[in-house]
Design a protein around this ligand. Sequence first.
Ligand code: DON
Length: 304
Amino acid sequence: MPDFKKILHTIYEKTKQLSDTGRVATYIPELACVPEDKFGICLLDIEKESYQIGDFDERFSVQSISKVLTLAMAMGLIGEKIWDRVDVEPSGDPFNHLSLLEQENGIPRNPLINAGAIVIADILVSELKNPKKEFLEFVHKVSGDTSISYDEKVAHSEKATGFKNYAAANLLKSYGNLKNDVIKVLDFYFYQCSLSMSCSQLCNTFYLFINRGKCLKNYDFLTVSQVKRINAIMLTCGFYDEAGEFAFEVGLPGKSGVGGGIVALLPRKFCVAVWSPGLNPKGNSTRGMAALERLTTLSDLSIF
Ligand code: DON
């Protein structure tokens, strides 16, 4: 393994000096309150050795990163039946885009765009008695950390302003691809997005995607085949209309969130989480993308 301690230090110092660090998301008002200069990185290798720098231990709103976890839970519950209701193609469009949904008769392009994640939320609402509680328990088990929680303020802030998500859910409903009540499904969706986690906690949680479906404590959560599929979806769809750029520059499966977090991973080797709230015009963390490009360049490790 490369000298990750040294590499993280170099990346952190170099990336901190970037003149353009992006803009904090404001369309969810509560996210606009986060200081723009936060920056942390954590890397966890397959031997469970971890390396950290900066604000790696501070919790932030994981937003769309949660879509990978709801997908994992839904796959565990209903398996391949998911693919009757959601496709697995990159969309080439922004995360909240709606026109493709109409053109393609209410079948979202993939489970990581908002419409797809809302269908996954609908599956969990159907399958679980108390979806918010049981999803949080799932995250606690996978991460081995019961201190992870939702951020009620962020959830309510998005509930008050998530007009495009109401539009997406209503479109899905009109095509018969939403089984439950729109408000009930979106309530769960806004809560899942409000999960508050640090870079360290994200690495601990995503360990199962580098360890063939077994979490840090070695319990089985997913099959090898399910992990392969989720990692493939992260590679092709994890960054919306910037998925090609991320594969090109970084060369790892990953997932971003508008809270400024990015998780990326190299199966059987390491997972890494970066947080810097300033976003580029495509909604991905500016410093996060730059830091991960440097990581795969300096370590000479990527899936390619
Ligand atoms: O639905 C939304 O708009 C947010 N809760 C999540 C969006 C997001 O994180 C997109 N990712 N980069």
